[in-house]
Structure formats: structure tokens, C-alpha cells
Design a binder for this molecule. Structure first.
Ligand SMILES: C[S@@+](CC[C@H](N)C(=O)[O-])C[C@H]1O[C@@H](n2cnc3c(N)ncnc32)[C@H](O)[C@@H]1O
Length: 363
């Protein structure tokens, strides 16, 4: 079958309900959950400490948000949210910052959160588990934190598969890499299948190229999320001197910052710059709305990308509701929720891989 008919069949397949109910630990605004939701699963609940996540999580995933610290959570508190008779799926992306390269391996109380994730798995024994985090987690502290997590799953009878997913390979217009782990009590799970290769990576242009132009510090009258940060006079000169895909090395000497002028500034090549239209964007961080925080300059307009553009590069659909009607958009809080998210499209690829496993094992 080819052409329009194949596309139509593919679309029907994509929206059919999936067997399985999902509880999302550290759910944030719901990037990962929404991938499961789009793939046709029932999202049963999301758990997070950040109250700001309640509205977007509930408004888009038809599921309750439970404000709770995972360290104090017991499985008994969420087990009843799972649908009786359906495969149970416990997913979670614990805070990544304690394992990032900037943490330099310093002891951090948030390591405990992965141990609590493992404890909750032991307590409730879901059919399937999915965990995401930064790619370096398996090497972090010579692997101790990650090995303990995997060891705890294996000791409970789970088969475990994991690898590092380069997001453009899954249709995400962003060169983010993430560790993806799937574990099952019903045989060896398969990791998400790649959907794209370099020749057809989704680009910045395809994702945000149609949005209305904005000036620095302005917002779109029709879309509260399409707003961007103000730029100082100096940063305005810097962005004007920036080339798409380039760095601060393109600037004349008088625009360099003190740290760029120092030798160690060589390590800061990615800070300050414009995105390139015809490539995936750099990794969206929680600070993506600031021109000085990464290569977050718009490819041709003299400004940092807007909150809406960051959300779209994280593959949140344009209709995803982040704010209650009439609420003012707080860039810091929105940037944190959006930058922290598992890209929806990666979540969807994980959900699809789990769906195939559920079908193959007739769960
Ligand atoms: C990487 S983000 C998760 C992103 C989310 N999975 C998504 O796709 O949108 C980590 C989340 O953990 C939450 N968090 C941090 N400490 C927590 C704790 N002790 N208990 C529950 N949630 C916590 C943060 O508020 C944040 O939303």
C-alpha cells in the first residue's frame, strides 16, 4: 500500500486507543505524558512538586496532577489510578541537573530521587517502566547511581534496555540527546525505532518559520506565549553581528565579553549565537529565552527565540495550553517547564515502542 491510502491507514493506526495506563513521576508540564496521550494511552496521573505544572498537565492530558514530593510518596497513593485490567506503565524523568556536566559529580540530595523511583517500582511492580535522563547518567560517578537503578530493576525480575537517543533521529527539531530506558516484567523490551536520518531531520525553519515576526522585548497580540526577552543595547549589537549557526567568534573585538576575551573563553563557543534555519536547533534549556544563555538567537530576527518558539522546538503542539485563560505569561516559569520537558515527539516514540511490546506479549 502506498500514497494517500497508506497515509490514511497510518493516521488511523496512530490514534487508536492503546492498552495501558500511565503514571508519570516528575511529570512537569507533561511533555513525556503528552507523548503517551497522543499515542492513545490513558494517562492516569502526574506527580510533581511544582504547582505551576498543574494547569498545563491537567489541561492537556485529561489526567489529575498530584502535587507531591516523590521522596515522600508511597505506591499505595497512586496505584489506584491505574486502570484495572490494563498494563501498568510507570514513567519518569527525574531532575537532570544533578547529573549534568556542570554538577562535576558533587554529591547532590537529588540523587536520592532516582533511588525513590526504584523504590516505587519495587513497591508497585508496574508491568512496564520507562526512565529518561541526561546521556551521561550511566558514566556519572563511575556509573554507581545508574547501576544501582538498573540492578534494582533486574533484582525485581525486569528485563532492561537502554540507549542514548539523539532527538533528531526521532523527528525532534533539536540536537538534544537523552538517555532512554525501558524495562518490562514480560520479556526483553525494544527501544524506540528511529524515524529520521540526517537527510530528513526536521529543521528550525520547518518548525518556527511561519510564526509572526517579533521585535526584542515584544509579544504577539494574538498569542501570549509568542513573547521574547528584551535585549540591552550591547546585546542588540552582538546579535546583529551574529551569523546563523555561528558563535561570538564572528563578532568584532569590542563586542566580546570579558570571559570570551580570556583564554578559557574558548570553552564558551556555544554561548551567544543565532540558530541556523536549515538544521535542528540546539538543546533547549530552561533558559532558552535568553540570548546570552546558549545559541538561542532567532535565525534572522534580532532577538532571542520566544517562549512559543521554544515550546514548538520541544515539539509541544501549538494548541498545548500552558496558561489558564487571562493569566500573564511568566517567562521564567514557562521557560523552566518547557526546557525541562522530554520532547513530546520523543515521548511518543517511547510510547509507541512500549505499545509494540504490549502487543507482542499480548499483555
Ligand atoms: C526533567 S523535569 C520532568 C519533565 C517532564 N517529564 C516533562 O516531560 O515535561 C523534572 C521534574 O521533577 C520535578 N521535581 C523535582 N524534585 C521533585 C520531587 N522531590 N518530587 C517530585 N517532583 C520533583 C521538577 O519540578 C520537574 O518538573
Amino acid at each position: 500500500m502506498t500514497g494517500a491510502l497508506a497515509d490514511a491507514v497510518e493516521q488511523v493506526k496512530e490514534v487508536r486507543p492503546r492498552r495501558g495506563s500511565v503514571v508519570d513521576l516528575f511529570c512537569g508540564a507533561g511533555g513525556l505524558s503528552h507523548g503517551f496521550f497522543q499515542e492513545g494511552y490513558r494517562v492516569a496521573a502526574g506527580i510533581d512538586v511544582d504547582e505551576a505544572c498543574r494547569y498545563p498537565f491537567e489541561a492537556n492530558n485529561e489526567a489529575p496532577f498530584v502535587r507531591r514530593c516523590v521522596e515522600q510518596l508511597t505506591a499505595a497513593e497512586f496505584e489506584e489510578e491505574f486502570t484495572l485490567g490494563e498494563p501498568t506503565i510507570l514513567v519518569g524523568c527525574a531532575p537532570c541537573q544533578p547529573f549534568s556536566k556542570y554538577s562535576q559529580g558533587r554529591e547532590d540530595s537529588r540523587w536520592q530521587l532516582l533511588k525513590d523511583f526504584a523504590r516505587l517500582i519495587r513497591e508497585c511492580r508496574p508491568d512496564i517502566v520507562s526512565m529518561e535522563n541526561v546521556p551521561r547518567l550511566p558514566q556519572f560517578k563511575a556509573g554507581t547511581v545508574f547501576d544501582e537503578f538498573v540492578g534494582s530493576l533486574r533484582a525485581c525480575g525486569y528485563s532492561v534496555a537502554w540507549s542514548v537517543a539523539f532527538c533528531p533521529d526521532y523527528g525532534v527539531p533539536q540536537s538534544r540527546s537523552r538517555l532512554v530506558l525501558i524495562a518490562s516484567r514480560h520479556g526483553q523490551p525494544t527501544l524506540p525505532a528511529k524515524t529520521h536520518d540526517k537527510a530528513d531531520y526536521v529543521t528550525v525553519r520547518e518548525t518556527i518559520g511561519e510564526l509572526p515576526p517579533l521585535g526584542a522585548g515584544k509579544s504577539d497580540a494574538k498569542d501570549a506565549l509568542h513573547q521574547c526577552s528584551q535585549l540591552s543595547a550591547l546585546n542588540l549589537k552582538r546579535i546583529r553581528a551574529s551569523k546563523p549557526g555561528g558563535t561570538w567568534r564572528d563578532w568584532p573585538k569590542e563586542l566580546l565579553t570579558t570571559c570570551h576575551k580570556r583564554e578559557t573563553g574558548q570553552g564558551y563557543a556555544s554561548v551567544y549565537g543565532r540558530m541556523a534555519w536549515d538544521e535542528p536547533a540546539p538543546t533547549m534549556t530552561t533558559q532558552f529565552f535568553g540570548f546570552g544563555n546558549g545559541r538561542f538567537g532567532h535565525p534572522e530576527q534580532d532577538r532571542a527565540i520566544s517562549i512559543r518558539e521554544g515550546a514548538m522546538l520541544q515539539t509541544f503542539p501549538p494548541e498545548y495550553k500552558f496558561l489558564p485563560p487571562g493569566a500573564a505569561a511568566q517567562m521564567k516559569s514557562l521557560g523552566r517547564m518547557i526546557g525541562n520537558a522530554v520532547p513530546v515527539t520523543l515521548g511518543r516514540a517511547i510510547a509507541r515502542a512500549i505499545g509494540n511490546h504490549i502487543e507482542a506479549h499480548d499483555l
